[in-house]
Design a protein around this ligand. Structure first.
Ligand SMILES: [Ca+2]
Length: 143
């Protein structure tokens, strides 16, 4: 407070990360991204196996948080699950924010019972803490 410096504006919404089978690894420039289950918010298909391996382009920690989550329930999440860094979620679990330099995410569904799925936001901070509204990939020869 009291500084005349203007806060940078961020009017753009999060960028979707497509869940194409042929692409698993994403190195993300600072910004906001999201992933969803296929066909979200409609019922996800059976026999899904989608993976997203996410890294910050500058090696920084990145955070995932899911604001909507509805996946077929099983006590050990054996049928359908969202797995983040080794932890499985299913049913109407609250998916707590996970912050890590590396997010390994998998969504897997079995042959029956479909639900709405999930919407998860991924926050990639810039190393100096200020947002990069252009969302350019970092180009740092020192990494
Ligand atoms: Ca299922």
């Amino acid at each position: 407070m009291g500084a005349s410096m203007q806060e940078p504006r961020n009017d753009t919404g999060p960028t979707p990360l497509p869940a194409r089978d042929e692409r698993i690894l994403y190195v993300l420039a600072p910004g906001l991204y999201y992933i969803t289950s296929p066909r979200y918010p409609y019922l996800y298909p059976n026999f899904v196996d989608k993976r997203w391996y996410l890294f910050g382009a500058q090696g920084q920690t990145i955070t995932i948080g899911c604001s909507d989550f509805d996946v077929e329930y099983h006590h050990y999440c054996r049928y359908d699950f969202l797995r983040i860094n080794g932890v499985k979620y299913c049913g109407s679990d609250v998916v707590e924010d996970v912050t890590s330099p590396e997010l390994r995410i998998q969504f897997s569904t079995d042959y029956s019972v479909r639900r709405r799925g999930f919407y998860c936001l991924i926050t990639v901070p810039s190393v100096d803490g200020s947002p990069d509204p252009d969302g350019h990939y970092a180009d740092r020869p020192d990494r």
